[in-house]
Design a protein around this ligand. Structure first.
Ligand SMILES: *[C@@H]1O[C@H](CO)[C@@H](O)[C@H](O)[C@H]1NC(C)=O
Ligand SMILES: *[C@@H]1O[C@H](CO)[C@@H](O)[C@H](O)[C@H]1NC(C)=O
Length: 817
């Protein structure tokens, strides 16, 4: 601006000078030079000395000089050549602005004579200025909705050059959306206009960078440019668009609340609020869906807001909307399908179709006990169920219809072993992890009469003293039955067996309810020594079962018999014997023999002289009953002697009897040959034989004691010559049962030979039975040795032996004399 004022000042001065110059020229003939501006310093404009008609040689002397109105000395004169030379760069635009012509007047002064010459220098324009825009870059905002043809005025450029060097035209950078129009005003000013050629789309191209070029008319033309930044402004012309027309996803049914199932994404090409999207359910979405899923309107996240249940709903399908915030609002939509994935969240269910029925213990394998149905609400493998029963039980599962099973027996049952089963049925599905359910089913086993009664012992031994009161209770036996109720209710009875042709039931009675046995008679050991009764226990099942047990009733001897003298036979009350007076000491007068119907000790008889006419003459052998003379009979001895011999048994209390023997001592009577002894020894042999058989039969009773019996046999056989009593005793552990032992006694002494088998306590010698062999009743007692009796005897021994376990045999032999 300052520069502009300065230029203007120059213009003003030039105007003042101009009349002079014209005048000067007119007077002297105007000298005018034309030069282009911007000449180099020293460039020669013209030879003013010559042109003004001055002598070059004189100009120094005449002091030629140039004066100018302007302050600047643009020119000087080369005084040696008289040439006008450019002294300083000349800018026409500075000097004359935009005026069409630019003439610089100069005055040439010479002295001697003083002369003033005016010259003019016409400065011609050269194209030294380019067009120029005031702003190098400008912004322009255009709505994308603008219609093609709309014009926008642009800034014009300026070029200080003049004429053809001045601003000539504009061009616009190549662009399909815009074109340029140059409007010429009346004063020739050219104004550029931007015309929208083609509809704009911000979404395609939101800005355009245009370059507007101004050109001048110089040769070559000079240009100036400005950048036009066209910003296309948004209109809400795009609706939000979902990335996909259908969103398909899955969600686990056990998804937690808040779990994001899917994230919707819609885009809106518009900007600002026109492109801000809000997501929502479509208006026609049902409440049941909105109840389960929620949409975050900002982020488009669909999340679970309530518990899912595959079994309730397997899939959800609904529409969603994305809406922008432009005016008017535009919306886009999409569909969503969410499939719920089954989780193994339902345990199998076991349903009993019927209450388990109790089974009979004899039910065949495969009997149906219960009907079972399984259910699992899950699907696929999660809903497949495997059913099993707890192992180790005699039950199995048999599949019938789909998901139906029968619980059947897998083996024979036994109520007596397990009366009730608690069967665990386990259902497990095939999910991962598998879910299990179990149910306990109680299966009762019904009793069947499959167990016979069992006695507490296979056989019993009862010892009963003879002369017992009739009707006394002997013993109680019990049997048990493993079955139940009626099948276990027992009644006792005596099976019919006969003793000496009389049925056992007439000797004994049994209480059918509790098994107490009563004797119905008083027993006499001397008549019956042993009963073998078979007791039957019968249950009340259908059919009933029964068992037998044997009861041995041993009648025990009591000392209830008085010894009976069998020799000498008492005709009347007195026995008469004769003996010679010549008899020496030791003469056998007679032998008293007595027997005792009792047994054992009760039958051991001993003889003693109770009274005698002359006790110094006779002696009675305590054991044999032999009456012998103690000394030789003398003449002084009375011919008639009377002896009272007492015979006692060994019982408790002692029973005794007496025999009176009258002895007549005769002179002349010779000693007779006694055949009694001979006969006796014969009998001894026979008896030893019987004893031997007896031992054999006894030995055969117990294999265990065979050896012992063998020893016994040898010892007895050896000692049978002597008067020996052999005793074989089997003692049990005294600590455990002091009353139990078994004694088998062989008495080979004297005329009475017997085998005595003793059971129980020796001290009380209460229980014994045996067989004795007396000379007089030599075969009477062989009934006991008869095969049938031997069997009884054996049974007795067996019973005794069995009742005496773990005991040791002791052997003892006793010299009687
Ligand atoms: C069996 O019953 C009878 C009569 O009721 C009774 O006297 C007896 O003591 C009972 N025996 C047992 C072992 O209970
Ligand atoms: C029991 O004894 C009776 C009579 O002797 C007989 O008929 C029955 O068969 C026996 N029962 C058993 C199981 O031995």
């Amino acid at each position: 601006m300052v520069r502009s004022l300065h230029v203007r000042g120059w213009s003003w001065r030039t105007l003042w000078i101009l009349p002079f110059l014209f005048l000067w020229n007119y007077v002297d003939g105007q000298t005018r030079y034309t030069i282009p501006e911007e000449l180099k310093e020293g460039s020669v404009v013209g030879n003013i000395a010559k042109d003004l008609g001055l002598d070059v040689a004189d100009i120094i002397n005449r002091n030629l000089r140039i004066t100018s109105e302007s302050g600047n000395q643009y020119f000087t004169v080369d005084l040696t050549k008289g040439e006008l030379v450019v002294n300083e760069r000349i800018d026409r635009e500075k000097l004359c602005e935009q005026s069409d012509s630019c003439v610089l007047p100069l005055q040439v002064v010479v002295e001697n004579p003083l002369q003033l010459h005016g010259i003019e220098i016409d400065i011609e324009d050269i194209n030294d200025n380019a067009p120029e825009f005031h702003t190098k870059e400008s912004a322009l905002k255009i709505y994308e909705s603008v219609t093609p043809g709309k014009r926008f005025l642009l800034e014009k450029a300026s070029d200080p050059d003049v004429g053809s060097n001045s601003l000539h035209s504009y061009t616009l950078s190549k662009n399909e959306f815009f074109r340029l129009n140059v409007k010429s005003l009346k004063d020739g000013v050219k104004i550029p206009e931007l015309i929208v050629e083609k509809a704009l789309d911000r979404e395609t191209k939101s800005s355009h960078r245009l370059v507007l070029t101004a050109l001048d008319g110089g040769t070559p033309p000079k240009t100036g440019t400005t950048v036009l930044l066209v910003t296309v402004q948004d209109n809400n012309d795009n609706e939000p668009k979902f990335e996909s027309p259908l969103y398909k996803t899955t969600v686990n049914e056990n998804a937690k609340i808040g779990h994001v199932v899917i994230r919707l994404k819609a885009t809106d090409l518009d900007e600002g609020s026109n492109g801000e999207i809000e997501y929502s359910f479509h208006t026609h979405t049902s409440d049941s869906i909105k109840h389960v899923f929620g949409i975050n309107s900002d982020t488009g996240e669909i999340s679970v807001i309530a518990a899912l249940d595959y079994e309730g709903s397997k899939t959800y399908a609904f529409d969603v909307i994305a809406k922008d915030k432009g005016t008017p609002e535009l919306e886009g939509n999409s569909a969503v399908q969410i499939d719920v994935l089954d989780e193994n969240d339902n345990a199998p269910e076991i349903i009993l179709k019927s209450l388990p029925s109790p089974v009979k213990e004899n039910a065949p394998k495969g009997t149906v006990v219960a009907l079972i149905n399984v259910k699992d609400l899950d699907s696929g493998d999660n809903g497949k169920v495997e059913l099993s029963v707890s192992p180790g039980l005699p039950f199995a599962l048999k599949p019938s219809l789909d998901k139906h099973y029968s619980l059947v027996t897998d083996a024979l049952l036994d109520r007596e072993v397990i009366p009730e089963y608690n069967v665990e049925i386990i259902a497990s599905d095939f999910g991962t992890p598998s879910l299990k359910t179990s149910k306990h089913v109680k299966v009762g086993v019904l009793d069947v009469n499959d167990n016979a009664p069992v006695f507490s012992q296979p056989s019993y031994s009862v010892f009963l003293k003879e002369n017992n009161p009739a009707g006394s209770s002997l013993f109680s036996i019990t049997a048990s039955d493993k079955d139940q109720d009626k099948n276990a209710k027992l009644t006792y009875s005596i099976a019919d067996s006969k003793f000496q042709d009389i049925p056992a039931s007439s000797y004994f009675y049994i209480n059918a309810e509790n098994g107490t046995i009563y004797s119905m008679n008083s027993f006499d050991y001397e008549k019956l020594k042993l009963f073998k009764i078979t007791i039957q226990a019968t249950d009340q099942g259908t059919p009933s079962l029964s068992s037998n047990a044997t009861v041995h009733v041993f009648i025990l001897d009591q000392n209830d018999n008085v010894p009976v003298v069998i020799y000498p036979s008492a005709t009347g009350s007195v026995s008469h014997q004769r003996m010679p007076r010549s008899a020496k000491a030791g003469h056998l007068v007679t032998k008293v023999t007595a027997v005792d119907a009792d047994s054992g000790h009760n039958a051991w008889v001993s003889y003693s002289l109770a009274e005698a006419t002359d006790s110094s003459l006779f002696a009675v052998n305590l054991y044999t009953g032999e009456v012998r003379t103690k000394r030789s009979v003398s003449e002084q001895d009375d011919a008639s002697q009377r002896l009272l011999i007492e015979i006692k048994d060994n019982g408790e209390p002692v029973q005794s009897t007496t025999v009176t023997v009258d002895i007549l001592i005769e002179d002349g009577l010779h000693e007779p040959v006694s055949d009694i002894r001979h006969k006796a020894s014969e009998k001894d042999k026979k008896n030893s034989k019987i004893t031997f058989y007896l031992i054999l039969s006894l030995a055969s009773v117990s294999v265990l004691s065979l050896l012992t019996f063998f020893i016994l046999l040898i010892r007895c056989a050896r000692s049978s010559r002597d008067n020996t009593s052999c005793c074989l005793r089997r003692d049990s552990d005294g600590y455990k049962n002091p009353n139990r032992n078994l004694q088998i006694q062989l008495n080979t002494d004297g005329p009475i030979k017997y085998v005595e088998v003793l059971g129980g306590d020796m001290m009380s010698q209460s229980q014994s039975f045996g067989s004795y062999l007396s000379p007089m009743s030599e075969f009477s007692d062989l009934t006991m040795v008869k095969p049938s009796s031997t069997l009884d005897f054996k049974d007795t021994l067996r019973g005794l032996d069995a009742s005496l376990p773990d005991s040791a045999w002791t052997f003892e032999c006793q010299q009687v004399r």
